[in-house]
Design a protein around this ligand. Structure first.
Ligand code: GRF
Length: 214
């Protein structure tokens, strides 16, 4: 599920093409009919569904349409990749244990909007990205994995966003493959590794290109 540029979607689909990821993307769903991510998905021949909230009288009916559309594809796993709308507890419950999100911060630090700006304002020396289970708590579900990048001295927000995205593109496909392989197992409110609840996120090494200042 996407709302914007779709660089994470691209990383996921590319990993599928390279057989680094053994999932099959069945549908790309968006709340933004003109999102570049959808254009990319169409070019890739992946079915797309666009449901603009403004075409529905209220949030409940929009979410109903969203869940109907998703359910029609019977997804085993739903990856939010820059989906910019907050989903209600009812929606989350419907797909509990099947939905993950990527957030560009070292959660629990800086949930919500503008995490890079928040990190810079806080004078953070490390930043990064987290893949977490989607639960009722926005950006608050159990964390599956993180990737860390050092903040460069004097770095601006645009640079930190760009470097974090490079890290995200390594992190997300890898974590999805762990789920596909059963290395990580999702339940409604926990992540299990080898049958044991994962208390701390797994940590991946950042790709070389994400470490250099742009
Ligand atoms: C990413 O930074 C992701 O972590 C956040 O939204 C952004 C989406 O970027 N949730 P893209 O559309 O994948 O390029």
């Amino acid at each position: 599920m996407v709302s914007g540029a779709g660089s994470n979607l691209r990383a996921i689909v590319t990993a599928c093409h390279r057989r680094q990821l053994s999932l099959h993307p069945t549908v790309v769903l968006s709340d933004q009919p003109t999102a570049p991510a959808l254009e990319y998905a169409r070019k890739e021949g992946i079915p797309v569904v666009a449901l603009a909230a403004r075409n529905y009288p209220d949030r409940v009916s929009w979410e109903q349409a969203l869940s109907d559309a998703l359910s029609a594809f019977a997804p085993d796993l739903i990856a939010l990749a820059g989906f910019m709308r907050i989903l209600t507890p009812a929606f989350v419950t419907l797909f509990a244990g099947r939905m993950v999100n990527i957030h560009p911060s070292l959660l629990p630090l800086y949930p919500g909007r503008h995490p890079h700006r928040q990190a810079l304002q806080a004078g953070a020396s490390m930043h990064g990205a987290t893949v977490h289970l989607v639960t009722r708590e926005v950006d608050g579900g159990p964390r599956l994995a993180q990737i860390r990048i050092p903040v460069q001295p004097g770095e601006d927000e645009a640079s930190l966003i760009a470097r974090t995205k490079m890290a995200e593109h390594r992190l997300y496909p890898e974590v999805l493959e762990w789920i596909a392989q059963g290395r990580l197992v999702l339940s409604a409110d926990a992540v299990l590794q080898d049958g044991v609840i994962l208390r701390e996120p797994l940590v991946l090494e950042a790709p070389h290109e994400a470490l250099a200042t742009r």
